[in-house]
Design a protein around this ligand. Structure first.
Ligand code: MCA
Ligand code: AMP
Length: 771
């Protein structure tokens, strides 16, 4: 027993294995008993998980994935890391074009841009197709723990055209998928790729793990049913607990010296001396055994005391170096031994040690092209995003955030989930399915933080305004007292919405500005007094801004709201530089270079945001509040004046590509002959997705026999289709696009007007709708 105890003392914290990723290090350093993730979905039992649960589950899932990859790998090149589909450690000489400082960028030799060198063949990409859930979190962190890149896919997306684009383009080899999505959304081909572990209790026809990928599943050659895995894993944990319980009982039994067998009385003096000696030895043995037991009891007592201590501290999850062989997967084991070697001498050929410059997360975002682009972030850029926000918005382990955002965009993933996990805070996930339910969830007293898109605040205002006056007063009291910060972003927050929400909640929403490629770049100050409605504040620490084509005169014409208190200084196209910037667009060096802006004066590299902004002077704060704000008090504040391109639509916090929507609509056979999509301003959703369409005669005859198309007239205003027609056309759109991308309003025309060059002038179309 004592040997076992001593053995346990030779422990190595898991956090050491994950030095390249601050999120993992923090998760594995958090006290095991702290609440970490809760999931509250109407109609399902609430779930609550601690950091201890998360730590154990990450390690267990990483073990399963590594076994599956190992089994599925058919690489015979003798390089185990390659055959496992792991990422090579990133060379220090290889950086993203937006990352290098001036000296590095200008260095003639010894530096390479990642987009020029990296092959982007997808071998280490793991697609995660799960709704916001505990399973999602375990999957993402297990993927990171093995050094793979996580590629979250929106569960709300259609398989054809949307999910297929991400799978094909990312060339993901592994897919971690929620059972219901696997069964209802994906073609059966994926089920044949289920790994052995996921298959064990599956009622889906099992197959071998080495089925090669087919065109039907793109490069995916391994599927892990995370729902099934979780059930199986919980069962195993339960069984282990039962066995451990039995072992503990065994240990608790007082170990008494065995009953001495009656000894014959000594007959001679030699026998008498020997008997005395034996008795002395026996007494000594018992004494030593007692001491051992005492020591062991003390050790157990101290463990129990630490567990029940007020701080509820539980030693972080560790592994026992003598049991590496059967408790740890090949990657962790390899990394552990390389770390050990590196302590003795610098390693020359690290095989399992990736670094903070390695790829970690790929988020697909809409650009001005028809297909979304994969934005690759490194561990370092994600860590920087999290670090900056935690400081600016003062996250602590005492925080509890209610997350209602989807987890396939930076807003939900980084600003909410990763900030919470890195702070040791508690994240409650609940879908924004019903604004009244969410409003009531916010007033329970346990939530300290909330972040959402403006549409969510509009919906909350509508919900609370239908409460009785007494309920409204109660809601305001609860929300203003318990929630310390409410943040709005992803789209412009109209000032009337900000004011109405303040009247109902007592909160002046903090507005910030960010992009998938950049993370959060601008933020109003933490101190509410310093926030100017209608602006997004000043650059966050470490963010450097550049205004291209900055002009004073055009600021007003571009729509900047000038007041006596806030004269517009200048406006222009915003370019950004910071450590949070992405590494590259996946498999798209041309697009990566397309967003590069080099400042002639300094030679520094910036990212072209595609947003036009105005600048106004910072407010002068009272000295006490100036001290507490984490942002530079003298930095000018920014107003977002709009996207530079008409082909980007801002809708409910999403950035949508008009071209992607047009391409999808044209895919429906015999429906539309021409399509032009643009965003039309509507306060509650920012921009509504509007499609101007010319219809195919077949559609007219079959679906809309009694509809007469309005006659074209260049001067005439464009009118929305009657609701019955609109509903029919909307159905077609929704058949090809996720519900939030599908146009909500249609305008039917005989022919879409074009200029002499044959181009559609969308700005003109928009004006004719407004007229
Ligand atoms: C929804 N609908 C459905 C379904 N779900 N219809 C059929 N089947 C379904 N499963 C309907 C809705 O009722 C709605 O109808 C329409 O489809 C559009 O759906 P949705 O846009 O989801 O609207 P909603 O259900 O009203 O939800 C509003 C929402 C949501 C909660 C605000 O849009 C949302 O979660 N937005 C957040 C986006 C986000 O995270 N953005 C960050 C990316 P109808 O139209 O008739 O009402 S930007 C980013 O990350 C950068 C870095 C940044 O700065 O943050
Ligand atoms: P995405 O590329 O999907 O990450 O969306 C980023 C875009 O969202 C930015 O380029 C802006 O156009 C927009 N955006 C984010 N935050 C704000 C904000 N507070 N106000 C206006 N637009 C915003």
């Amino acid at each position: 027993m004592l040997r076992r105890t001593c053995h346990r003392l030779r422990i190595v914290p898991f956090s050491e294995l994950f030095e390249y990723c601050n999120v993992l290090t923090s998760v594995f350093s958090s006290p095991g008993e702290r609440p970490c993730i809760s999931v509250e979905v109407p109609g399902q039992p609430n779930q609550r998980f601690t950091y201890g649960d998360l730590q154990r589950d990450i390690v267990a899932l990483a073990n399963t994935i590594s076994t599956q990859l190992d089994t599925a790998a058919n690489g015979g090149d003798g390089d185990r890391r390659r055959s496992l589909g792991l990422q090579l450690p990133r060379s220090r000489q290889l950086k993203g074009v937006f990352h290098g400082d001036k000296d590095w960028v200008n260095a003639a030799e010894g530096r390479h841009f990642s987009h020029d060198v990296l092959v982007d063949d997808g071998t280490y990409n793991a697609a995660i197709l799960c709704s916001p859930s505990y399973e999602y979190v375990v999957s993402m962190l297990a993927v990171w723990s093995l050094g793979l890149m996580a590629v979250p896919i929106a569960p709300s997306h259609h398989y054809e055209g949307e999910i297929t684009h991400v799978l094909e383009h990312s060339a993901s080899r592994l897919m971690i998928v929620e059972r219901s999505i696997l069964q209802t959304k994906l073609p059966p081909a994926y089920q044949t790729l289920l790994g052995a572990e996921s298959n064990k209790k599956s009622d889906i026809a099992a197959s071998t793990t080495t089925v090669p990928s087919t065109d039907a599943t793109f490069c995916v050659n391994n599927v892990l049913d995370i729902s099934n895995w979780m059930v199986d894993h919980r069962q195993k944990l339960f069984e282990r607990k039962v066995n451990q319980g039995a072992m503990d009982e065994e240990l608790q039994v007082d170990i008494l010296p065995p009953e001495a067998a009656p000894r014959p009385a000594p007959k001679t003096s030699e026998e008498a001396i020997a008997a005395v000696q034996a008795a002395r030895e026996e007494a000594k043995r018992i004494e030593e055994q007692k001491k051992e037991e005492q020591l062991f009891d003390e050790f157990r007592r101290s463990l129990k005391q630490t567990k029940s201590a007020k701080s509820s501290f539980v030693p972080p999850l560790t592994f026992d170096d003598a049991r590496l062989d059967h408790e740890l997967n090949a990657v962790f084991r390899g990394r552990y031994s390389e770390l050990e070697q590196s302590k003795a001498s610098p390693i020359t050929s690290a095989r399992f040690l990736i670094n903070e410059q390695n790829d970690s997360l790929m988020i697909y975002t809409s650009g001005t092209t028809a297909k979304p682009k994969g934005v690759v972030h490194t561990h370092s850029s994600i860590d920087n995003q999290v670090d900056v926000l935690r400081r600016a918005w003062r996250w602590t382990a005492e925080d509890t955030i209610l997350n209602t955002l989807p987890l396939h965009h930076v807003h939900g993933v980084v600003n909410v989930l990763l900030c919470a996990l890195t702070s040791g805070a508690h994240c409650i996930m609940s879908p924004f399915d019903n604004a009244t339910r969410i409003a009531h969830r916010l007033d329970q007293g346990d939530i300290s933080l909330f972040m959402g898109v403006p549409t969510m605040y509009t919906k909350l205002i509508d919900a609370v305004s239908s409460f009785s006056p007494i309920e409204q007063t109660g809601w305001r009291g609860a929300v203003s007292q318990n929630i310390r910060l409410m943040v709005s972003g992803s789209a412009a927050l109209p000032v009337p919405v900000l004011e109405r929400f303040r009247a109902f909640s007592g909160h002046t929403l903090l507005e910030r500005y960010g992009m998938t490629e950049v993370g959060m770049a601008l933020s109003q100050p933490y101190n509410a007094q310093g926030r100017i409605p209608g602006t997004v504040g000043a650059p966050l620490p470490g963010v450097d801004t550049l205004l291209i084509g900055a002009k004073e005169d055009e600021a007003k014409t571009a729509g900047a709201k000038e007041t006596a208190a806030s004269p517009v200084l200048t406006n222009g196209a915003l370019a950004l530089r910071s450590k949070s910037l992405f590494d590259r667009y996946w498999r798209n060096p041309k697009a990566t270079m397309g967003e590069l802006v080099v400042d002639d004066a300094t030679g520094l590299h910036y990212f072209a945001s595609g947003d036009t902004v105005g600048q106004i002077p910072a407010p002068v704060l009272p000295s006490s509040s100036t001290k507490t704000t984490s942002l530079s008090p003298s930095a000018p504040h920014f107003q977002i004046l709009g996207r530079t391109s008409v082909d980007i639509i801002k809708h409910k916090g999403y950035k949508l590509s008009a071209l992607e929507i047009e391409t999808a609509l044209l895919q429906e056979p015999n429906a539309f002959t021409e399509v032009a999509v643009f965003g039309f301003p509507r306060e509650d959703v920012d921009e509504e997705v509007v499609a101007v369409v010319a219809l195919h005669s077949h559609l007219l005859k079959t679906l809309l026999p009694s509809f007469t198309i309005p006659k074209d007239d260049d001067t005439q205003q464009l009118s929305f289709a009657p609701s019955a027609v609109n509903d029919q056309l909307r159905k077609i759109g929704r058949h090809h696009l996720a519900h939030y991308k599908a146009p909500s309003r249609y305008i039917v025309v005989e022919k879409i007007p074009r200029n002499a060059m044959g181009k559609v002038n969308k700005k003109d179309l928009k004006k004719r709708v407004a007229a």
